[in-house]
Ligand binder design. Structure first.
Ligand SMILES: *Cc1c(COP(=O)(O)O)cnc(C)c1O
Length: 353
């Protein structure tokens, strides 16, 4: 850190992304990436844009915006596209959290919420999940501030129903509720339809996980016209060309290739069920995850020990050295071949105890 850095940023503890090792070829099950390639159509359309890269991208992303709006069943005035969904979350924190408006989120959830809250100097109210890791809705109803909930939640994979989200929205119409649907495509229902009824709801989604485009950086937010205008005000005050033309084209290709998207999601869901069954047979317990990951623990092997033993065998998973969940590991659901390698490694580790 230099002596020039301002006080505000000095206080922030930056987000630590999952490892992206170069030194060894790992089976990578630590950052919830897709094991599949992006859609061929996405690849083709992206490639066509390479030769046009001397030109700025369309700052309004009109074509992509219309296609997303059509796909999720809302108007173009209800959508903003961003550089990954991290960017729309960043905009939401910037717009709706400050010294006087706390950020409310579960104690166990996506680690970035905490970082954004610090970045904008907003008090954090981390609301403990219940004993079974489900979200304690009544606690949110009592508190003041902007709510951030990943649904399904990470790393637990547990989800709130639309009825529960609606109750949360209704409990206080004077605050914004952000529902982060990074994992919704792996078997849960989107709450996007609720934006028609609630002008305090912002739903975020990403192309990183279910659309196999983590490296392209594409996400979007869906909300009332007013909220989208707020977020666009920030976008046009920071980076109007936030989505580059290659990524925008890839995003269009992915949306136009719906069959491939659905087939990929279906495979992940099948592999999740298969892996869960295998792991239970080895004595693991786990949450009923609706994400492209399992959140698992074993009676006989500690969380960190398991992480290290798997790493030794060339398999990377995500361990969080955090209270309440240090005995768990989050394991991305990959291809069947990767899951077979995982099960084989876990068998050796568990039986060696
Ligand atoms: C992965 C993830 C995101 C962000 O993904 P982007 O790659 O920035 O789109 C947001 N929220 C949750 C809960 C995630 O797991």
């Amino acid at each position: 850190m230099s002596k020039f850095l301002n006080e505000k940023i000095r206080r922030v503890q930056a987000y630590v992304p999952g490892e992206q090792p170069k030194e060894r070829k790992y089976v990578k099950l630590n950052t919830n990436e897709s094991p599949f390639q992006p859609s061929k159509k996405a690849q083709r359309l992206a490639k066509e844009q390479l030769k046009k890269c001397m030109l700025y991208s369309d700052p309004d992303c009109k074509e992509l915006l219309s296609l997303i709006a059509e796909t999720v069943g809302v108007g173009v005035e209800n959508v903003i596209v961003t550089n990954g969904s991290d960017e729309v979350l960043n905009f939401a924190f910037m717009a709706y959290c400050d010294e006087n408006t706390p950020a409310l989120f579960p104690d166990i959830t996506y680690g970035f919420y905490k970082v954004f809250a610090d970045l904008y100097g907003a008090p954090k109210k981390e609301i403990p999940l219940k004993e079974d890791f489900s979200i304690d809705l009544s606690a949110y109803e009592r508190e003041r501030g902007t709510v951030f909930i990943a649904n399904p939640n990470a790393p637990t994979g547990l989800a709130l129903s639309l009825t529960e989200i609606e109750a949360l929205l209704r409990s206080n119409p004077d605050r914004v509720v952000v529902i982060d649907e990074a994992y919704v495509d792996f078997g849960w229902e989107s709450c996007i339809p609720l934006i028609q009824k609630y002008d305090n709801l912002l739903v975020t989604q990403t192309f990183s996980k279910s659309r196999a485009m983590a490296g392209a950086r594409l996400g979007f937010g869906v909300a009332s016209k007013g909220i989208i205008e707020d977020l666009n005000r920030i976008k046009y005050s920071t980076n109007p060309y936030n989505v580059n033309r290659i990524t925008a084209a890839a995003g269009m290709g992915s949306l136009l290739d719906n069959g491939y998207f659905e087939a990929c999601c279906k495979k992940i869901i099948e592999n999740r069920a298969w892996t869960a069954e295998q792991l239970k047979a080895l004595g693991f317990s786990m949450t009923d995850s609706l994400g492209n990951f399992l959140f698992v623990r074993h009676e006989k092997v500690g969380g960190e020990a398991l992480y290290l033993a798997l790493k030794e065998k060339g398999i990377l998973v995500r361990h969080f050295a955090q209270e309440r969940i240090q005995e768990y590991n989050r394991i991305t659901v990959g291809s069947r071949k990767e899951m077979e390698a995982l099960v084989e490694a876990l068998e050796e580790i568990v039986c060696g105890q």
